[in-house]
Design a protein around this ligand. Structure first.
Ligand SMILES: [Zn+2]
Length: 348
């Protein structure tokens, strides 16, 4: 769960404290330009087995799954179905999450490494077990962590879900657009879809809060606690990849906290902040226009194109967003507290 590209956003208007913004925005919106998905069920993917210089190749319509060891038919079937589902589920949202496609594209590559050691030797970043390499555009995952151990979450996890694979495939599918996304939003969308997938290639969005709580319990909290400490929203929305990597390194035991905060903040943007009518749609459209400018060579510097995050927050300060998140998740059984991540500098 790491990414290399991004830039620092400088929140401006979102720092203004407007105390009158109330929880009214948390009420469900009734007017949507396009329907919000409640489910997405991908068909079972077909694939052909072949070989490449390094081992076995399994090719579905849009993906090549490569592994030095032979994988079982059932496993490949599930992984190909998961892979083929990701673009479809991203496209099912009334938001510009995906880059525009022009004609046929080459199959995207997923490299499966039999062991964690193989994964690390092949360039997987230390401390991770899955990675989207923005340079090669390939997803790399360790097979040891791809399969969630049975009984890990008892009867809450009756099906294999490939959460890690979904996370990395979302980065791969969004890569072209994601160069201008704030890191928290890129990681949050990857975790949001990972938490919504309840069986290979099948997603539901009508029970998100419950699914997110279960996701956090499976990956992070287990049965330890209901109180969780997250990085402050102000620090999270400014984190760049260097700060993210530093936190992964120095805050090993709780490195997932920033992914959890990114997930809750993405859920807030997707489901609580007036959905497609809110700032997210506007922000993504502005970002896409800037990606276009970058590609056409009108700007060679991402930083100069950074879309102002205040589009996302309107007049809500980070403190108000924290209060809204805390109130909402308290009602779902999670008590949130916020603290500066270790090593972070307090804002001036
Ligand atoms: Zn990630």
């Amino acid at each position: 769960m790491q990414r290399r590209q991004h830039r620092i956003c400088k929140p401006t208007a979102c720092h203004r404290v407007i105390a009158t913004v109330a929880l009214a925005m948390l009420s469900p919106c009734t007017v949507l330009a396009e329907p919000w998905p409640t489910r997405y069920d991908a068909p079972t993917a077909k694939y052909a087995e072949g070989s490449f210089a390094g081992g076995f190749a399994y090719q579905s319509r849009s993906y090549s799954i490569l592994c030095s060891e032979k994988l079982s038919a059932g496993r490949v079937n599930e992984m190909a179905t998961v892979a083929e589902s990701v673009r479809g589920v991203l496209e099912s949202f009334p938001l510009e999450l995906m880059p525009s496609t022009n004609g046929a594209r080459e199959r995207a590559v997923i490299r499966i490494y039999p062991t964690q050691n193989d994964y690390l030797k092949s360039g997987g970043p230390a401390g991770s077990s899955g990675f989207f390499n923005a340079r090669s555009r390939e997803v790399m995952v360790s097979n040891e962590y791809l399969i969630e151990p049975k009984g890990h979450r008892s009867n809450l996890e009756p099906r294999q879900r490939y959460r890690l694979l979904v996370h990395e495939l979302v980065h791969q599918a969004m890569a072209e657009n994601a160069v201008l996304l704030p890191l928290w939003l890129s990681e949050g969308i990857a975790e949001y879809l990972s938490s919504a997938q309840f069986a290979p290639g099948r997603y539901r969005f009508n029970e998100s809060a419950r699914d997110i709580v279960n996701h956090l319990r499976t990956l992070w909290l287990h049965d330890r606690q209901n109180t969780i400490t997250l990085p402050t929203i102000e620090s999270l929305i400014q984190m760049d990849s260097r700060a993210w990597a530093t936190d992964n390194r120095i805050n090993k035991d709780n490195a997932y906290a920033k992914y959890a905060a990114s997930l809750l903040l993405t859920h807030y943007q997707f489901e609580l902040a007036a959905r497609g009518r809110g700032g997210l749609a506007e922000f993504l459209a502005a970002m896409k226009a800037d990606v276009g400018k970058f590609k056409s060579g009108r700007s060679r510097h991402y930083g100069r194109l950074a879309v102002d995050q205040s589009l996302l927050w309107k007049d809500r300060s980070p403190e108000i967003v924290q209060k809204q998140l805390a109130d909402y998740w308290q009602s779902k059984g999670l008590k949130l507290t916020f603290a500066l991540p270790s090593g972070a500098k307090p804002a001036k």
